[in-house]
Design a protein around this ligand. Structure first.
Ligand SMILES: [Zn+2]
Length: 421
């Protein structure tokens, strides 16, 4: 890591504003070694901030002394927002559009394609769950004018791509071609559904200059079908409502920290056979006008790069090999080895006709696998997959072909789940 003095000054400022002046962090002060210690060390010994903390202490606990959040709400600089997590995951916090935009713009510098294309005036189409983003009234397809907000067009009005009718899919392909966005921002689960339809019906598809993938895990199983249809570079972006834009994939495929916008503590768990280190991500966003979050546990696993620096030349902050999926979606082999969503995906990505998967592991270890398969998948496809997963897990595996994956209340998909036992 090569961080500038200015970066560490921002880290120190964020930490001290929390510890000295923000009610929730009063309980953390005794853990702080103080200003004689390095900033990195001061961060590393503090607890993690959890969603349960946010639910229990929002709003007063996270607003620094001297900040009048009622006045900020009245002025319209901030508003309340509920995140799109599942019911037990959902939190309410302050949304600040200007802060969010600044974080997004800073993230563009981390990818050469976006640096060239994105300037804040470029046209962008969005394809994701309408419960996560964009104008939406349940049961309706709003006219395109109502779904066009300035430079943004929100394409989708349906929860779960498995529920799309052929007319919806043709409408979205048509709107994409008419709007001609420079960038398509997509939930990979949804974009894979659109790509599969275009592929199976040999339909022409408008090609944006870049595709950013966010909202849910960019499984290779989704990317494989997207790449058969779209020629633009696929760029993963990782962040959250709580933290802003935290990581962006560079043109060499690694994820770089958005150091202009946040600090990230990496909490290592284990070294993987590849040499990369698996760990959790605790994010401290900078500069929010109202709320102060420090070491917020985003709930995802990531693999930190080991060895050679990224060929793109970016050296600031943390560099990840990849995001490895939600920590809560981890499964285990009989030998007790952690299987992240990325690990399961790596097994299934080898099977070219898999377009989507969901695995459920029982408390005893057995796996139930639901699969969306391409039309050309042969009769032995399911047995082949059972064998491949069985060899990795050493547990019984039962696979079934399904027309659609199950979605969460947010409209996002979880690719792996384990029953607690
Ligand atoms: Zn890079």
């Amino acid at each position: 890591m090569q961080e500038t003095a200015a970066y560490w000054a921002r880290c120190a400022e964020a930490l001290e504003l929390a510890l000295d002046a923000t009610p929730f962090y009063a309980a953390w002060r005794t853990a702080d070694p103080g200003r004689t210690a390095s900033v990195a060390c001061r961060y590393s010994v503090l607890p993690a901030l959890t969603k349960a903390d946010l639910r229990a202490h929002f709003p007063e606990g996270f607003v620094p002394e001297g900040v009048d959040f009622e006045a900020e709400l009245k002025s319209g600089h901030v508003s309340y927002v509920s995140t799109s997590g599942s019911t037990e995951d959902q939190v309410t916090l302050f949304w600040a559009q200007a802060w969010w935009n600044q974080s997004e713009r800073a993230s563009w510098a981390l990818n050469a394609h976006l640096q060239r294309i994105a300037d804040g005036t470029h046209r962008e189409a969005v394809l994701a769950s309408p419960k996560c983003v964009g104008p939406y009234r349940a049961g309706e397809t709003l006219p395109v004018a109502e779904r066009t907000l300035g430079r943004l067009l929100f394409l989708n009005q349906t929860i779960n791509p498995g529920n799309w009718e052929a007319d919806d899919l043709r409408r979205m392909l048509g709107e994409l071609a008419a709007f001609r966005p420079a960038v398509l921002e997509a939930d990979p689960f949804y974009l894979a559904g659109l790509a599969a339809f275009a592929l199976d019906h040999a339909l022409p598809v408008y090609q944006p200059e870049a595709i950013t993938l966010t909202y849910s895990f960019p499984a290779q199983a989704f990317l494989n079908v997207i790449r058969q249809v779209f020629t633009a570079p696929l760029i993963s972006s990782h962040g959250s409502t709580e933290t802003g834009y935290v990581f962006m994939e560079c043109e060499h495929g690694r994820m770089h920290q958005n150091t202009a916008s946040c600090h990230v503590d990496f909490v290592p768990l284990e070294t993987r056979p590849s040499g990369a280190v698996l760990g959790r991500l605790l994010v401290t966003p900078f500069g929010h006008p109202v709320q102060r979050f420090v070491r917020f546990d985003v709930g995802d696993f990531a693999e930190r790069t080991s060895g050679q620096p990224c060929p793109c030349g970016r050296r600031g902050g943390l560099t990840l090999e990849r995001i490895a999926g939600r920590a809560s979606d981890m499964t285990v082999t009989r030998a007790g080895r952690r299987m992240t969503v990325a690990d399961v995906d790596a097994v299934l990505a080898e099977v070219p006709y898999v377009r989507g998967f969901q695995i459920d592991q029982s408390a005893a270890g057995a796996l139930r696998v639901r699969l969306c398969l391409a039309p050309h998948a042969g009769n032995d496809a399911l047995r082949h997959i059972e064998k491949a997963l069985g060899q990795v897990y050493d547990f019984p595996v039962a696979a079934a072909s399904v027309p659609m994956l199950e979605h969460e209340p947010s409209g996002k998909v979880r690719l792996a789940r384990r029953t607690a036992g």
